[in-house]
Every structure is written in structure tokens, then in C-alpha cells.
Ligand binder design. Structure first.
Ligand code: IFM
Length: 437
């Protein structure tokens, strides 16, 4: 890894900023949908404390910061733009510039303005057009200073969580909406890609000569059959891999889109404008774990939740080492996912990789083992340009609330005090060691 390799940490607006009162998650939280009845509330108050947080990132030796821009803050009601919100993101970038943290901005990270959500969110075909207005405003304000963009974060997770799994708003089971949300997210991505590359303003700031690169942050899971000898589980595993892991890379590289699963999810119609052209300059990999596909009759973790088909997923086999969320720790899976995406011959960034580990007893090894995979794949020829740990600080872990602790910095939510965990120092040492190698 050379000195240009990006070492970063990632966050998302709703998980850290606090008081994101105009989005669909906020509304859903108030209805009691989060574990323990929690609500995001003040989150980590990153809105006020961002300078301190970015200084801590710099002090850990990082040279990049991945964050997301909250649409609902910028446009809390249709056509009503809040200039103070856009100003805040400009200040955030200003601070990145001061601290030499290259900004990677995500334009959509799970949340939608409530006024968009009540019209059906991404299941509504008009949402991509509205999203484009937001993208244009962002570009007008800060487009000249951001070299790396993720249009959408984990579109596959969103479609599954919102319309099949019931763990994201609106949590309304609808296989049709799951496929249509993928289609509309692809349209939103495509429009954002073209807008960013069509930006005519003069570039400024320390990264003005850095090529502008646009990608998606794609959640990849190493799906495996629970019983490898079981033909149906083997077959269903291939379905999961194709729908969850492969459909997005295919779609954004111009191939035939397969947003659907025969017999389970109706296929969405093709987006013709996305065919035959590439709409990503890189792939972001968000990798955490493996998942076993089971065809037993367990209704726990059933997928899709209401299907009569006996299909479910298991997050770890008995005895496997897991995170606090019960996710199996499986570094080899990262290598497998890198090799899988490398077939598309695009530069790669590991845009998220991390562990919920409140005791901080597993994080250092987790980092060491996953980074070993990254280094080995680079040696074998993968063009990996950066690694972002998830997350810079403990934060609001969606439906799981504040329990899971992913942060390099521990957050005491009662005082908002940040304390670097010992593994954060270990991460710093690892990044130094790997940069020299
Ligand atoms: O916290 C999330 C993030 O918002 C998206 N990727 C997975 C992380 C851990 O669950």
C-alpha cells in the first residue's frame, strides 16, 4: 500500500448528527420500532462536535473521512431548502481540508425526507427526479470540493429491510415494492452519476486535481449453504448471491438488470438508460459477515418474511466467534467478496468494515485479519484504493438502537465524551505498518 492509499473511517448523517427530525427514520422511531424503545435523538451530536471528531480521526493517522449528506436537512419540505444545512456540510468539508482528510460523500444513506417517504419513498417512480434536485443543490454548494462520491449506500439492504425484512421504514411487506425500489434506486444512482460528471463548476480545494470518482457502497455478504450437501440449500444460496450480491454490480456496469427472484419477487422492468454503459468509476465494498442459507422450517429470520417457502438465514453456526450482534467473524469472506467484485475490473474501496464489540476485545484481531485479506488481494492484483473502518464513533445502529458499539471512539451518550478505544491505536499502528509494506 503506498502513501496514496486512503485510510479512513465512515459515518452516516442520521447515525451521528442528532436531531434529524425531518426524515422517515425519525418518524418511525417515534412509533416505537427501535429495540428497547430507543430513538435516535441527539445521536452523537456530531452536528456540534464534528470538529472534535475530525481532529480525533486525524490524530489516529487517517487521511480520509466518509460521511453522508442528509437530504431531509437540506430540503425539509418539498422545494424548501435550508441553506444553514448546506452551509454546515460546507464547514464539514472545510474542516476535512484543514486536517487533510479527503472527503468521500454519500448522497443517500437509508433515510428519506418524510415528505418523500409518505409518497412511497423509492417505491414511487417520481422519487429519483426529486432526489436529482437535491443532488443539484449539493453540487452547487460543495460539488467543487468533493473528489469521491457514493451515490447510494447499500441499495440492496434498503430494499430488503424496507419491503421484505421489516427492519427499516416503512416496514411494509411487498415483494413488488422491493424490486421497484431497486429499479428506482438505480435510476436515482444513474441520474446522480451523470449530474456529478456533468458538473461544470471549477474545482477548488486541496483535491481539485484528484479525479472525480463516483460509485456505490455495496453491501456484500458471503452467503453459504447451512448444509453444503443439501441441494436445495445450495440452490437457494446461489439465488441469494445473485439477488443480493450480484444484481447491483451487474446493473451499474450496464448488464441486464435482475432485480427480482423467480417465484418469490416479481422482476422489475429494465431501466433502459442504464444498459450498455458503466455508471460507476469504482465499487465500494461494505463487508461484515457471512450468512448461512437454510431451507428448514424455522420462521425465525425467515426470508422473505411472509413467504410460505421454507427459507431462512442463520448468522452463525453454534460455536463460531461472533460480534455483539451475533454476526459471524469471517475475514476470508472479505477476500472472497473482493475477488467477486474484481471481476468487474473497477477500482475498489472498502467503504465499510467493522465490528460491534463493546468490550473491545475482538476489534484489533478483526482489523488485523481483515486487513490481511485486503493486502493479499492487492498483492494478487486487485486495485484497492482505500479502507474505511465502520465506524469512527459509536452511533445509532438503526433498528438495534444504541446497544451495538462499532466505534474506534467510544461515546458516552450521557456526556457526549469521546474516548479512543485501545483498538483505535492498534488500527493506527496497522495502517502505518501496511503503508510501509
Ligand atoms: O451501521 C450500518 C451502516 O449504516 C450501513 N452498513 C452496515 C452498518 C452496520 O450495520
Amino acid at each position: 500500500m503506498n502513501s496514496k492509499f486512503l485510510w479512513g473511517a465512515a459515518t452516516s448523517s442520521h447515525q451521528v448528527e442528532g436531531q434529524n427530525i425531518h426524515n422517515d427514520w425519525w418518524a418511525w422511531e417515534q412509533e416505537g420500532n427501535i429495540e428497547g424503545g430507543e430513538t435516535s435523538g441527539a445521536a452523537c451530536d456530531h452536528w456540534k462536535l464534528f470538529k472534535e471528531d475530525l481532529r480525533a480521526a486525524r490524530d489516529l493517522g487517517l487521511n480520509s473521512y466518509r460521511f453522508s449528506i442528509e437530504w431531509s436537512r437540506c430540503e425539509p419540505a418539498l422545494g424548501q431548502w435550508d441553506s444553514t444545512a448546506l452551509e454546515w456540510y460546507s464547514d464539514l468539508i472545510g474542516e476535512c481540508e484543514k486536517l487533510n482528510l479527503l472527503p468521500m460523500a454519500t448522497l443517500h444513506h437509508f433515510t428519506l425526507p418524510q415528505w418523500v417517504a409518505i409518497q412511497g419513498g423509492f417505491a414511487n417512480e417520481h422519487t429519483p427526479g426529486k432526489f436529482s434536485h437535491f443532488v443539484k443543490k449539493v453540487l452547487e454548494k460543495i460539488g467543487d470540493r468533493i473528489p469521491l462520491w457514493c451515490t447510494v449506500n447499500e441499495p440492496n439492504t434498503l430494499a430488503v429491510g424496507a419491503y421484505l425484512g421489516g427492519y427499516m421504514p416503512p416496514a411494509r411487506y411487498s415483494p413488488r415494492n422491493a424490486s421497484m425500489a431497486c429499479r428506482n434506486l438505480l435510476r436515482a444512482h444513474l441520474q446522480a452519476y451523470d449530474l456529478i460528471h456533468g458538473f461544470k463548476g471549477e474545482r477548488s480545494g486541496p483535491w481539485r486535481n484528484h479525479p472525480v470518482q463516483v460509485g456505490i457502497a455495496h453491501n456484500l455478504i458471503d452467503f453459504l449453504p447451512l448444509r453444503p450437501w443439501h441441494p436445495l440449500e445450495y440452490f437457494c444460496t446461489r439465488i441469494f448471491r445473485r439477488f443480493y450480491n450480484q444484481s447491483w454490480p451487474d446493473a451499474v456496469t450496464g448488464k441486464k438488470q435482475h432485480f427480482g427472484v423467480w417465484g418469490l419477487l416479481p422482476y422489475a422492468p429494465q431501466v433502459p438508460q442504464a444498459r450498455g454503459r458503466s455508471t460507476v468509476d469504482f465499487f465500494g465494498i461494505n463487508y461484515y459477515t457471512r450468512v448461512y442459507v437454510s431451507c428448514q422450517l424455522s420462521r425465525e429470520n425467515g426470508f422473505p418474511a411472509r413467504s410460505s417457502f421454507p427459507l431462512s438465514v442463520v448468522f452463525a453456526r453454534p460455536g463460531e466467534e461472533t460480534s455483539d450482534l451475533g454476526w459471524s467473524i469471517h475475514p476470508r469472506g472479505l477476500g472472497r467478496m473482493i475477488r467477486f467484485l474484481n471481476r468487474y475490473q473497477k477500482p475498489l474501496y472498502i467503504t465499510e468494515n467493522g465490528i460491534a464489540d463493546a468490550s473491545d476485545t475482538r476489534r484489533e484481531k478483526y482489523l488485523r485479519d481483515h486487513l490481511k485479506e485486503v493486502a493479499e488481494e492487492m498483492k494478487s492484483g486487485a486495485d484497492i484504493r482505500g479502507y474505511y473502518y465502520w465506524s469512527l464513533l459509536d452511533n445509532f445502529e438503526w433498528v438495534k438502537g444504541y446497544g451495538p458499539r462499532f466505534g474506534l471512539l467510544e461515546v458516552d451518550y450521557s456526556t457526549q465524551k469521546r474516548t479512543p478505544r485501545p483498538s483505535a491505536r492498534a488500527f493506527q499502528a496497522l495502517t502505518r505498518e501496511l503503508t510501509k509494506s
